[in-house]
Each structure stands twice: as C-alpha cells, then as structure tokens.
Design a protein around this ligand. Structure first.
Ligand code: ATP
Length: 462
C-alpha cells in the first residue's frame, strides 16, 4: 500500500535484523509464511527485556496494580459478549484487474487522504465508486464491493468431536482480564481504582501486508485494564497518557518521534468513548504504536449479562455496589521492537572514513549489556578476560569474544547495540585496570576491573 520508496526505508533494518539474529522471516526454509516472524537469540533477548521492564514499571513498582496470565482460548460466548464475533472485522476490497486485495480504510486514506477508520461499509463503497479510486498496484479503477472479514482465527476443540465446537484464538488479551475480574476482586485485596496487567499472545487474521513486524498475525500485547469510578475517567485518562509517554522515554524512544492522535468520535470502536493513540514516526510514515481507550463499563456489563454472573464491585467503605468503568492502556510488543530498531539504527561515518552501523539502544533494554575481549589471543590475557566475563555473565547478558581484530569486535557489538565493551590488555595484568568503551561516544576509559560490577550497575540502570 505504501509507496515502495517508503517501504524501502525499512530495508537496512530488516537486513540487519536477519543478519544479526534479531528477527527471521517465519518458516524461512519453506519460503516464509505470510506475516509471521521468528525472534532469533538477540530478538528474543530484546523482547524479554522490554516485557520485564514493562512488568517492573506497571506491576512491581505500583501499589494499585496486579498481574495475571489468562488463557488464549476463552469460552466462545465471551466473544459474543465482547462484540468481537459480530464487529471485529476489516472491510476488504479486491481489484478486479490485478486481484490485489486491500483494506478499504487504508485504500481510502492512501488515495484520497480521507480518514476512514470506522467508516460504514456502504459509505466506503460509495466513496471508492464516486471518486473513481485507482488501484495503487495496477492503476485500474475496477474494484469489487468491499466486504467485511472477521479477523479472529478459529479452531476446533476436540472435546466432543462435534462440528460446531468452534473456539477462537483471542484477538486481544483484554477479554481474559474481564473474565477473571470477579476472581481477582474475590481473592486479592484490590480497591478501586486498581489495574490488572497482562502480557500475552494475540492473533489476528490480518490479510494486508505488514511493513515487517508492524502488522503480523501473531503478536504479543502488554495490556492493562484499569478499573475506576465513572466520575474519575477524565482525570485518570490524562494520567495514563502521561504514564505512557514516560514508558516511551524509559525505553529510550526519541521524544520528538512519539505523538498523540485522538480518534474522532465517529471512528471510535464499539466499546470506546475516547481513544488516543500514541503514534510513532516510522520510516514508512506516522503509525499507531500504542493506544489508550476509555472502554466505559461496556465489557463487564456485557459479560455479566451473557454469563449470568454478578460482576459488581462493592466499595469497602460505603458498601455501594457498582460495575467499575475501565481505562485500557495497550502496548504492542512487536511494534515496540520495530520502533526501537528504527529509533536506534544509525550508519555513521567515522573519522578514518569507515562506516559503522550501530544500534543506539538504551542500556536497560539492550539485548547484550557488555562484551569482554582480550586484546590479543595470548594465554594470560585470555585467562583474565574469561574470569571477568564469568564474574559478569550471571548478572547481565554478556558476551566473550576473542576472534579477529579488536576494531572488528567493536563493530560487531555496535551492530547488536551492546552499550559497553571491556578490553583486557597488558596493563590489566600490571595494574588491574581494563578499558571500558562506550558504544555511542566510542570513548574508552580505564577502570579498575574489580569495580566493573558497580560501574556497570550505575550505567545500565534497569
Ligand atoms: P491497527 O489500527 O494498526 O490495526 P488496532 O487499532 O486494531 O491497530 P488495537 O486493537 O488497539 O490495534 O491493539 C492494541 C495494540 O496491539 C496496538 O496499539 C498495537 O501495538 C498492537 N497490534 C494490534 N494489531 C497488531 C498486529 N496485527 N501486529 C502487531 N501488533 C499489533
């Protein structure tokens, strides 16, 4: 959908991600499998750091939050109650001439520059006909009628073997939290306002191509359902927006590239009274990174109705009973990784004319925190370097590398975004100091080897 030059701007990042073991195409040896990716050793480490930091910031460091981990398969009635069976659709349209398939809202946005998120099917069909929209692939103005496709993946439970035992892979993690709302208020000493956080997989049968890992069919969400009194929603909405910006800063995203985008009233999802997206300036354009939605009491009310279960909360002081309203900050893990890669990626010309590719990851999320090198492959140096490596690797993900020229080893770590390199040389054997090289400034300082843990601790600051 996007002009190829913009998509091309992702190419060096996609190439580095594969070359250096961050992200591989899914089912690569079978020629790939549309919109799926695999996270290699460094990608998995980066992902884990992001999720650990998120959990720390939103569960561990707060007194008003608890965490949970619900199932991917929920009772099918839950999806009826949530509105997903009926309304979780993408309107798709096909070009009759070249058979290319597009998401209707994207086609309108791209070709007519009109926001079409949430626009009725009939309205989109009319616009495309009247304005004689041309296919961005082949130029023909010959589209089919747009039709709705449900985005949920379905599967069968083999319990009874009967046809019709359809179950759905969750398209968002949120519903698992609503289904356990009662269990949480019954078993935990939570008091409104409080939130429940969850990290887990979600699945969407996205048909349109995805700008690398921006839009995939299987992804992870880090979601919070924050239960509140209705009267407090506006103040708390602003608080959460500010907190979401703080998260972006904490993972090291450039402030100037993160913006807010208010959803117009007529484009709001069926459950939402207000939604603001945090959008990021990706190389292919400004697009949704995270979202904050005021879901009202829609979900809990519907689940109470469809399950027959009382989902009221009782205020411990006033004994007032009510169904809480909900604010939902939602964070996609893959989009976080893509934004971080785009933000961190740099090709720099060095003074000696060489180019270096570097990922300027914030130390706290970098997949490898430090690499230890002996200056040369001399036994005494190797032995000391291995000792230092052994003392650090239990604390942080570190690497040991003794092969090749020292400059090459620095470049290898620059490409992984390793913030610190420690080199053991002959002075180390004399006076116990090592060089500590900073990835961004490339400056080296001599520090006592026996103080490395303390020094790195203050620099990495998880
Ligand atoms: P879009 O408009 O891009 O389809 P959405 O508004 O449907 O996204 P939400 O339902 O708000 O997305 O999902 C919450 C978060 O989950 C998003 O902000 C994004 O970070 C992530 N996300 C949603 N769909 C995908 C996907 N197909 N691939 C990767 N991440 C996704």
């Amino acid at each position: 959908m996007k002009p190829s030059s913009l998509q091309d701007s992702l190419k060096p990042i996609v190439a580095l991600a594969k070359r250096r073991g961050f992200i591989y195409p899914g089912s690569d040896i079978y020629g790939g499998f549309a919109n799926t990716y695999s996270f290699g050793p460094y990608g998995a480490a980066l992902k884990k750091n992001i999720k650990d930091l998120w959990w720390k910031m939103f569960v561990q460091e707060r007194r008003d939050m608890v965490g949970m981990d619900g199932p991917i398969l929920l009772h099918p009635r839950a999806w009826l109650a949530s509105g997903h069976l009926e309304g979780f659709n993408d309107a798709l349209i096909d070009c009759r001439a070249c058979k290319a398939r597009f998401r209707c809202d994207h086609l309108i946005e791209e070709t007519l520059s009109i926001g079409a998120d949430g626009m009725a099917l009939s309205e989109m069909n009319e616009l495309i006909r009247e304005r004689k929209v041309k296919c961005p692939k082949c130029g023909a103005a010959d589209f089919t009628e747009a039709r709705n496709f449900n985005l949920m993946f379905s599967t069968h439970m083999s319990k009874t073997g009967h046809e019709g035992d359809v179950a759905y892979l969750r398209p968002e993690t949120a519903q698992a939290i609503f289904l356990d709302f009662k269990n949480i208020i019954d078993t935990m000493r939570v008091k409104v306002p409080f939130g429940v956080a969850q990290i887990g997989k979600a699945f969407r049968n996205e048909i349109t191509p995805g700008n690398f890992i921006f839009r995939v069919v299987e992804f992870e969400q880090m979601e919070i359902e924050y239960f509140i009194r209705e009267a407090d929603w506006e103040t708390l909405f602003e608080d959460w927006l500010a907190t979401m910006h703080r998260w972006c800063e904490r993972i090291g995203l450039s402030k100037g590239r993160v913006h807010e985008k208010e959803h117009p009233k007529e484009q709001l999802s069926h459950y939402s009274k207000r939604t603001v997206d945090l959008v990021y300036d990706f190389p292919f354009g400004r697009s949704e990174l995270y979202g904050l939605a005021y879901r009202t009491d829609f979900d809990l009310k519907r689940h109470a109705e469809f399950s027959g279960c009382n989902l009221e909360y009782t205020d411990p002081e006033t004994r007032e009973k009510y169904i809480p309203h909900v604010l939902e900050p939602t964070f996609g893990v893959e989009r976080t990784i893509l934004a971080l890669l785009c933000d961190a990626y740099d090709e720099e010309q060095l003074e000696n004319g060489e180019m270096r590719t570097v990922l300027h990851f914030a130390p706290r999320i970098a997949p490898v925190k430090a690499a230890v090198f002996p200056l040369m492959k001399k036994e005494m140096l190797v032995e000391r370097a291995r000792e230092i490596f052994a003392s650090l690797k239990g604390l942080w993900n570190c690497e040991y590398d003794e092969s090749g020229a020292i400059g090459k080893r620095y470049r290898r770590q620059d490409e992984l975004g390793t913030p610190y390199c420690i080199t053991v040389d002959f002075d180390t054997l004399e006076n116990g100091t090592v060089t500590l090289r900073d990835r961004d400034s490339m400056q080296q300082e001599r520090v006592p080897a026996n103080q490395l843990i303390e020094i790195l601790n203050t620099k990495i600051l998880f």
